[in-house]
Write a protein that binds this ligand. Structure first.
Ligand code: 1HN
Length: 346
């Protein structure tokens, strides 16, 4: 269907109604209802080596305390100025230097952290502290108090993923600061993993949290699971061996607005073409290879971060055994009946 031509009489009419904040649908219909997703977001890859250098430079310019969070936002080149890596999600790389504290606050936005480099710093979420190791997937539920600190002797870098653009779109943002830099620790380290992450649940607990009560999914366990499963050699043509992080109380995604995934691509594996409506942020944990997103190919190595916009075809090739962590707004799209995927025909 082509757009209606503009005659002088029509133009005059549009100008007249414009003053009353009215617009004719027939001039915009084809751009607001597209036959398939036409994202403003673009495929892109950030090299960790480059980000790291800039972050160290930022470390000399501002403290974690003054910045509140010393983060460089990964802005999609098609969404500059919007603090967005996809239409619905935010991503950034955060640095906490030895001895620093990123002060306690809470907000309605949900967050995930995926540790890229550094060992032994900690984050405290809802009164429980956890140590951070490379590859750990750590979550901060909506409205939970959280602060980070680094008592180690090395800088720590992690990838932050938040539902900031989604919450902004819904005009549902709330934020508060704690009265001091660090919240009190009220539960022993490892408490939530013991209670909820050992294939056990407290017998009389009736409540079901929207966000997983496990808040650190240690990489050591995740990696071991992948390594054991690969022995059966059942690789999905589009994903290799791909798992999703779950809320053990419900089996749903670990965060209600953000789905998170880990996948192993064995050495030499090339995936079949795949596309889906959930734009996805990916970071490489192990291995090297390349990913073709639409018609662009990006070479990657550990800690690099890349983004696949909605409905762009994806093909991965691993030169060595590779592990990729990813996140998207899939839970939202699934709940709303909007999620679609296309295996192999893209
Ligand atoms: C936030 O709270 C953190 O707690 C990181 O580390 C990045 C970006 C936007 C809004 C809140 C954090 C954030 C953020």
């Amino acid at each position: 269907m082509s757009e209606a031509v503009e005659t002088p009489a029509r133009r005059a009419f549009y100008d007249k109604i414009d003053k009353q904040n009215l617009t004719p649908l027939w001039t915009v219909l084809s751009s607001i209802i597209t036959p398939e997703p036409k994202s403003a977001a673009q495929p892109y890859l950030w090299r960790f080596d480059e980000i790291r250098d800039y972050m160290i430079e930022a470390g000399g310019l501002i403290t974690a305390k003054e910045a509140e969070r010393r983060v460089l936002v990964l802005e999609n080149p098609g969404l500059r100025g919007k603090s967005s890596i996809t239409t619905s999600l935010y991503a950034g790389v955060q640095l906490v230097l030895p001895g620093e504290v990123a002060p306690a606050h809470r907000h309605s936005q949900s967050a995930l952290r995926f540790v890229l480099q550094g060992e032994g710093a900690h984050t405290t979420v809802g009164g429980e502290r956890t140590k951070m190791h490379v590859g750990d997937f750590i979550i901060t539920p909506s409205q939970s108090w959280h602060d980070h600190g680094n008592d180690s002797d090395k800088p720590i870098f992690w990838l932050d993923g938040l539902d900031v653009p989604l919450v902004s779109m819904l005009d549902a943002s709330f934020m508060e600061h704690w009265t001091s830099d660090e919240q009190p620790v009220s539960r022993p380290e490892g408490d939530s993993l013991a209670r909820y992450g050992a294939n056990l649940l407290p017998v009389d607990q009736k409540t079901r949290n929207l966000t997983s009560p496990v808040f650190n999914y240690p990489y050591a366990r995740t990696r071991e699971a992948l390594e054991t499963m690969r022995r059966s050699h059942e690789f999905d043509p589009c994903h290799g061996l791909k798992m999703r992080y779950t809320n053990p109380e419900t089996g749903e995604h670990a965060i209600p607005t953000i789905g998170a995934f880990i996948q192993l691509l064995p050495k030499g594996f090339a995936t079949s073409r795949y596309r889906s409506t959930d734009a996805t942020v990916m970071t490489v944990v192990e291995g090297t290879g390349r990913t073709k997103i639409g018609d662009r190919t990006f070479e990657w190595k550990p800690q690099d971060i890349f983004v696949v916009p909605s409905w762009h075809s994806v093909v991965h090739e691993a030169d060595e055994d590779a592990v990729i962590f990813s996140f998207s707004d899939r839970p939202v799209q699934e709940k709303l009946g909007l999620y679609r995927e296309d295996r192999g025909n893209a």
